[in-house]
Ligand binder design. Structure first.
Ligand code: DAH
Length: 349
């Protein structure tokens, strides 16, 4: 009888504890409050264990009964704790991430690489003058890269091009395979494909055995070619001026100086006033000028090689480096910055 009374008392107390614990858990505001409740009720010296101290003294029947009840209560409290924690987590998560009134987190936005930007800028400028964009093979035959442009195999001028020849690639008619060393190879291909009037802009990758602050083994050139009746040097100079003002800015000037290229006659080097001193002369330029690249009137032999009558047509051409014009525009000191992919540099543009 005595055991039964104790059992009933304990049963009541255990049930009360359970209700108390679950009440606290439901009211808890955060995970640490729930953990405190767990410790208070289920901890080693928690309230539930305090009650069970009496149990070993009871009769077997009572022990069994209460043991079972305590296990159930523990499971109930544990599952209430789990559910509450989960709810709190979801709430936290919602508060943090799904509050639709908060401004979103913008993903970082990239931009086109500088070279791609420059290529489209250059294309736009020449499109305004009626040029069309062309592309010709990067792996080219000697004929188009050299021989057909008046640069025979042993000509000393060819040393400057320091070519990558393609191993075991030889063509009876067109000679060895080469990685195109300049966009001028597009001149012959364009004239073979179209008859005058021609206004070509060929922008492409070029390859040469070179590597220093201003030269990379792979680089981009843009080549202009105009062939029509009565084309003369003033058309060339006008085109150069137009590009200079549009690309570098209205305050920059251009000039042409006599030079020599095998595929133009007469030939010129084109210069633009220096970015830093604007023509006065400083440490970075040659007496106020910076060299842009080559140009000239298309050599009659080149027209003939492409099947165009030099008595009827004349033309001009120019070939400049994309990286080079960019370096001159922004004052970039080292070409390798353009190929390194370093975001600290690229993000500035
Ligand atoms: N192909 C020459 C080079 O890579 C540049 C050049 C010079 C292109 C004169 C031309 C030209 O079209 O007329 O250095």
């Amino acid at each position: 009888m005595f055991f039964v009374i104790i059992r009933l008392m304990l049963t009541d107390q255990i049930r009360n504890l359970k209700n108390e614990a679950i009440g606290e858990i439901l009211e808890a505001k955060d995970a640490s409050e729930i953990e405190n409740t767990r410790a208070t009720f289920l901890g080693r010296s928690g309230k539930l264990n305090q009650l069970t101290k009496e149990i070993p003294n009871l009769a077997l029947e009572e022990k069994k009964h209460l043991g079972q009840l305590i296990n159930e209560v523990k499971i109930n409290i544990e599952s209430a704790i789990e559910q509450s924690l989960e709810k709190l987590n979801v709430k936290n998560f919602q508060n943090k991430w799904f509050d639709v009134t908060l401004p979103g987190i913008r993903p970082e936005q990239g931009h086109l690489h500088l070279i791609t930007q420059a290529i489209s800028e250059i294309t736009n400028i020449f499109t305004e003058l009626g040029f069309h964009r062309a592309r010709y093979p990067e792996a080219e035959w000697d004929w188009y890269a050299f021989e057909g442009l008046n640069m025979s195999q042993n000509h000393p001028a060819r040393d400057e091009w320091e070519t990558f020849f393609i191993k075991d690639l030889d063509n009876k008619k067109y000679g060895k395979g080469v990685l195109t060393p300049h966009t001028s190879s597009g001149q012959l291909r364009e004239m073979e494909k179209y008859s005058p009037p021609i206004r070509m802009l060929n922008i492409a990758k070029c390859y040469r055995r070179q590597s220093d602050m201003s030269h990379a083994p792979m680089f981009y050139q843009f080549e202009g070619l105009v062939v029509d009746k009565n084309i003369n040097i003033s058309h060339l100079k006008g085109t150069i001026d137009y590009f200079t003002k549009k690309y570098f800015g209205p305050d920059r000037k251009s000039r042409i100086r006599p030079f020599h290229f095998q595929f133009t006659e007469p030939s010129f080097e084109v210069d633009v006033t220096c970015l830093i001193c604007h023509g006065k002369g400083c440490r970075t330029c040659k007496q106020g000028w910076m060299e842009l690249g080559g140009s000239g009137m298309v050599h009659p032999t080149i027209l003939k090689n492409a099947g165009i009558d030099p008595e009827k047509y004349t033309g001009f051409a120019f070939g400049w480096g994309v990286e080079r014009v960019m370096m001159m525009k922004y004052g970039i000191p080292d070409i390798r910055l353009l190929f390194d992919g370093d975001l600290r540099f690229l993000k500035q543009f």
